[in-house]
Design a protein around this ligand. Structure first.
Ligand SMILES: Nc1ncnc2c1ncn2[C@@H]1O[C@H](COP(=O)(O)OP(=O)(O)OP(=O)(O)O)[C@@H](O)[C@H]1O
Ligand SMILES: [Mg+2]
Length: 284
């Protein structure tokens, strides 16, 4: 064997030629074995992480000494639509801000099984450039993501805004602006998508269109995390939900399961009744 070095698992082993001994070969074999074990362990970790795409463990957060989140713990599985359901001020946006590292928690841990570039985000503050038109807005982000500009028009088509592609953002209706923010969130085909009240204030037809798009994105492999205070939306769209009240998760699971647990006599899932039973307040 020629003199050389073998790099495995960040360990570099150098050896000199000694044809009478087969030690270097042994070392090489051991290193290969440890490398394979490490590789298999990494695959197992990635798999475990991927089964749970989004995790929060015992997150706490206060603003100015006022507790906003207390011990928030949940997991979102790969390729599911997970809904965080709660009234205004419950802490939904704060949870998204922490998960997407825009805000630090005071305690607990969280993780996402995707890189920032594999993550899409639509917040209630859309952050669009008001004087640029729709296409120009998306082109700015196509540049940031390093993806071809033709993706911008594709994304506009997905939210039915292609006819408004040359309209300046400051001339769009609220619903159109919201759809543009959604187009921007899905532009780079993220594997994890955060949608903060994606249909709030929209007419039923536009809301239905967005529901359909969310379902298609999930069918194409995305994991969707959405917030809402619309129970019908949660029942219709979400595989699993968490009910949030004053920064605490009071219940979580599949909507039908939750309703059965707390509301067995009803044949149609009624999350509003469950929420009132658990918290004493209405959702909307
Ligand atoms: N930056 C901040 N500074 C101080 N308080 C904040 C801040 N952000 C959020 N809060 C407070 O934290 C609580 C939760 O706010 P959050 O925006 O997370 O609620 P939400 O469930 O998203 O409500 P909504 O449905 O109205 O969007 C509220 O009482 C809010 O006033
Ligand atoms: Mg919010």
């Amino acid at each position: 064997m020629a003199p050389g070095k073998y790099v495995a698992n960040k360990i570099t082993i150098k050896w000199a030629t000694n044809r009478s001994q087969n030690t270097p070969l042994k070392i090489q074999a051991i290193c290969r074995k440890s490398y394979i074990v490490t590789l298999l362990q990494s695959v197992a970790i990635i798999r475990a992480r991927r089964q749970f795409m989004i995790k929060m463990n015992n997150i706490v957060k206060s603003f100015g000494g006022q507790p906003v989140l207390s011990d928030v713990t949940f997991e979102t599985r790969e390729k599911e639509i997970f809904g965080l359901l709660g009234p205004s001020g419950a802490g939904k946006t704060t949870i998204i801000n922490i998960l997407t590292n825009q805000l630090d928690a005071d305690g607990g841990s969280h993780s996402i099984g995707a890189t920032p570039f594999e993550t899409g985000l639509m917040l209630d503050e859309d952050g669009l450039y008001p004087r640029l038109n729709c296409l120009e807005n998306l082109n700015v982000f196509a540049g940031i993501y390093g993806i071809p500009r033709n993706k911008s028009m594709e994304a506009l088509k997905r939210v039915h805004l292609e006819d408004a592609s040359r309209k300046a953002v400051n001339t769009l209706s609220k619903g159109m602006r919201q759809r543009l923010a959604l187009a921007r969130a899905i532009l780079h085909e993220p594997t994890v998508l955060f949608l903060d009240e994606p249909t709030s204030g929209l007419d039923p037809v536009t809301a239905r269109g967005i529901h359909k798009l969310i379902q298609t994105l999930r069918e194409n492999g995305a994991t969707i995390f959405l917030t809402t205070h619309n129970m019908d939306e949660a029942v219709k769209l979400c595989d699993r939900i968490a009910l949030l009240h004053r920064g605490k998760i009071v219940e979580q699971g599949a909507p039908a399961e939750i309703c059965q647990r707390h509301n067995a006599v009803k044949t149609v899932p009624d999350l509003e009744a469950v929420f009132i039973k658990l918290t004493g307040v209405e959702l909307e």
